[in-house]
Write a protein that binds this ligand. Structure first.
Ligand code: ADP
Length: 288
């Protein structure tokens, strides 16, 4: 199931042989497997036949940045990234075994995320661009969140969606009206280090009950965009939010702003998967 050339190159990069392979499902972008090496170690391997090393090296940088923040989150160690001669990109990381949540797992997760969000920079963005899913994500530094949100988050995705006719031109006009209101909608806060793609498919509890997060799209952003996204597909446990707010309370009115932040992931989903996501974008943006 793992393409032969990926297997060979992974073995070469790690200087170890792959002894056993078990497929892993659940990823929305890449193919993945659990591999056991000849020294007994298990690793998580993902690869993509249409994306080269670039996308995975950005993921590696993101995971390293999250790890270097030294929070209570479990972040997989990256062992190798690369690309085969035929252009198949791959990433090998620590295999984290899924466990059962402990009674305090969700609250410890909330506290750990708040700790991560306490890592600040003076501007919004990052030293390098990266990816959200398989789509490019620009991280050009901006002094204020409104400009960053429009220029680096909404506009590129909106253009992609209208160019591909997933959204009609009339939606652009609705966004233009919303842009004028953004300075009153968003609170003034320092840029926080965020995971950038935190939904229920990008975390689980490990065997110790700690939250493991992976597949990030990191940057320094307004932390509310991260929390808004956690609510988009069903939400996280209530103890998670209570614990988060006990460490780093949100400013009042977050629930009213939530949908505005979620225009970004909804546009990304429109571009990646089409379907009803464009409809959700339209129904939110029409309200402004
Ligand atoms: P994709 O990039 O395709 O979205 P993910 O990185 O989200 O793929 O991984 C797909 C699935 O593999 C996840 O939903 C999760 O269940 C599992 N997974 C991800 N990283 C690890 C890891 N380091 N160890 C064990 N399982 C993992």
């Amino acid at each position: 199931m793992i393409p032969d050339e990926v297997r060979q190159q992974v073995q070469q990069s790690l200087s170890k042989n792959i002894k056993a392979v078990q497929s892993v499902s659940g990823g929305s972008i890449n193919e993945a497997a659990k591999i056991r090496l000849d020294d007994g170690q298990s690793c998580f391997l993902k690869w993509n036949r249409t994306a080269g090393a670039e996308m995975f090296s950005k993921e590696e940088q993101g995971l390293k940045l999250l790890k270097s923040a030294g929070t209570g989150l479990s972040i997989p160690i990256v062992f190798a990234t690369g690309e085969t001669k035929a252009g198949i990109g791959f990433l090998v990381q620590e295999f984290i075994t899924r466990g059962q949540p402990k009674p305090d797992s969700a609250s410890t997760f909330g506290e750990a995320l708040a700790e991560l969000h306490r890592h600040h920079k003076k501007q919004f963005g990052l030293e390098y661009d990266n990816y959200i899913g398989r789509l490019p994500q620009a991280n050009t530094w901006h002094k204020n969140w409104v400009d960053f949100f429009i220029d680096a988050r909404i506009q590129p995705q909106l253009k992609m969606a209208t160019d591909s006719k997933k959204l009609g031109e009339e939606t652009i006009a609705h966004f233009e009206s919303l842009y004028k209101l953004l300075p009153e909608i968003f609170p003034e806060e320092l840029p926080s280090l965020i995971h950038g793609d935190l939904w229920s498919g990008n975390y689980f509890y490990d065997e110790t009950g700690k939250a493991a997060v992976y597949d990030p799209a990191v940057y320094y952003g307004l932390r509310e965009i991260e929390l808004a996204f956690t609510h988009l597909f069903g939400g996280f446990p209530s103890e998670f939010y209570r614990a988060y707010e006990s460490v780093y309370p949100l400013q009042t009115g977050f629930s009213k702003r939530k949908d505005v932040y979620n225009l970004y992931p909804l546009l990304v989903h429109t571009n990646l998967f089409g379907g009803s996501y464009g409809q959700q974008v339209k129904s939110i943006v029409k309200r402004f």
